[in-house]
Design a protein around this ligand. Structure first.
Ligand SMILES: [Zn+2]
Length: 199
């Protein structure tokens, strides 16, 4: 487990990274009052799924720039962002390096607990079987996703893993938040890949 964590591209200072990532997203897309590095100045706004999905979309954009399949994920506890990640499968040569998996590892480290109590996971694409498994293992209470995945979606499309009564945990699911842009960034990526003859 240790070597696996080392293999993640976790920044040396996660807090700096998260704050920078958050700030970049906020600067580019939405306007909120200034807040300090601890996030203490963040206004106690009602939870906006759209707002956090825009942050996940910014992560997907980052993945696109790194020539990874553009999927981004953010984990929030209350109004505090505790994890922000994107798909890094190619860079890490790791089939488990999906955005949600990396975000869950970051969030567990941030909380010092494998149970992500009170957390909401935002991800731009419907989670796959592996990520749904990790979501269940981490007991994530709420999962919000953008685009559906007709080929691998394990939440509503091919399977309903997050709401299976035979399992010991079920999630509240909010599908289709910013589904348009979440899907478009993937479409753009795969069109470009085809043009380059990569897929
Ligand atoms: Zn996955």
């Amino acid at each position: 487990m240790h070597s696996r964590e080392l293999s993640r591209h976790l920044p040396s200072s996660k807090r700096d990274y998260l704050c920078a990532s958050l700030r970049a997203t906020l600067d580019g897309m939405i306007h909120l009052p200034d807040y300090d590095e601890e996030g203490e100045g963040l206004p106690d706004l009602p939870i906006s799924h759209e707002r956090f999905m825009r942050m996940a979309l910014a992560e997907a954009q980052q993945a696109l720039e790194e020539e990874e399949v553009p999927v981004g994920a953010v984990i929030v506890q209350g109004s505090r962002v505790i994890a922000s990640a994107h798909n890094q499968r190619e860079q890490l040569k790791d089939p488990t390096a999906h955005a949600e998996m990396i975000a869950i590892t970051q969030a567990a480290e941030s909380l010092g607990d494998w149970r992500l109590e009170g957390c909401t996971l935002y991800v731009t694409l419907e989670p796959c079987i592996m990520c749904s498994g990790a979501i269940l293992q981490a007991r994530v209470p709420i999962v919000v996703y953008g685009a559906t995945d007709p080929k691998a979606g394990a939440v509503n499309t091919l399977f309903h893993l997050l709401n299976d009564n035979r399992l010991n945990h079920r999630c509240q699911i909010v599908p289709g938040v910013h589904a348009g842009p979440c899907g478009e960034i993937l479409t753009r990526f795969f069109q470009a890949q085809r043009r380059l003859g990569k897929k």
